[in-house]
Design a protein around this ligand. Sequence first.
Ligand code: F6R
Ligand code: MG
Ligand code: MG
Length: 372
Amino acid sequence: MTTFSIIKADTGGFVGHSAVHPEMLSTAQDRLRDAVGGGLLLDGHAASCGDDVSLIMTHEHGPDSTAVHEFAWDVFHQTTAVAKRLGLYGAGQDLLSDAFSGNLRGMGPGYAELEFTERPSEPVICFLADKTEPGAWNLPLYKIFADPFNTAGLVIDSKMHSGFSFEVYDLYEEKRIVFDCPEQIYDLLMYIGAPARYVVHRVDSRSLTEQAAATSTQRLSLIAGKYVGKDDPVMIVRCQSGLPAVGEVLEPFAFPHSVAGCMRGSHHAPIMPVSQAQAHPARFDGPPRVVALGFQVRDGKLVGPRDLFDDPSFDGARRQAGEIMDYLRRHGPFEPHRLALEDLEYTTMHALEERLTDRWQPLPAQPVPAGL
Ligand code: F6R
Ligand code: MG
Ligand code: MG
């Protein structure tokens, strides 16, 4: 079995929270090469989206492997050291714990992992996002695996016709549920339409009994109990031969749907599909970005990546995202551009509100209308 892992962290920004420094990426790539040479990994590729470094790795240790997670933890300490030396912004931002213990759960870095027996040809797409949260994958995952208006294969491919099952996490109450689709799409949508709380964690093919997709589902603020940036999620999707085609997996991103994140992790904004060269939030620390890196996995080796959004067929989505930004930005500090109050709970606004607590007075008593 091959394990495909993406482990990511924001360990410092260049400039501000906009990108990573090339030296951080080359440090990560060097360490990945060493780990392949030393036999820990089958292969490794370092990539970035915005201020997050992603370690894209293949190995044979299974998901949640102590050795692989500890390796990633060490790499992030080394990229943090580069960030500190260069005076980059927020060096070590996502490393919330002092010491490594067992695996990365609750320690700050995000990860998506899945395990498979390699098919004769194994196309995999890695989606990396910046300035948003894991629930940002809910809408595209629904379209890819449950919407026949997006995915023609659901209707006309016999291996896809019996549908996919979605495992959904409740991030607030730490529980999970599985929905078999298409029968349970209405139940699924009841929950995943609220992406701040309910997040699709994995998708499985029902006829092939294969895992098709995995997402990173940590919420940093819930771990840290205070605002420490959005989680900037990653996702792995396997494609073709009874799973959605590459073009069906990319198709939802032609619509720059609204996600939570952007400036101070506190605004709704459209997610913009971009090439790696454009994967750097700018205007209003946004709009949130997503890149799609395609690989063919061969004997555990990563053949690629292909930069799949580096294509004019996504120009329309980028243009539309710019127009939606114009519209939303004119709301300034008003909802629905700014997140609803309950989603701002872990931001610095909460501390400001506390300073005003004493100035709030009860409303004057209302005169009771005669006759009541
Ligand atoms: C959002 C994000 C940025 C920062 C903003 C303020 O996830 O990372 O929008 O929140 O640039 O950053 P600080 O408070 O570090 O100056
Ligand atoms: Mg940052
Ligand atoms: Mg980030």
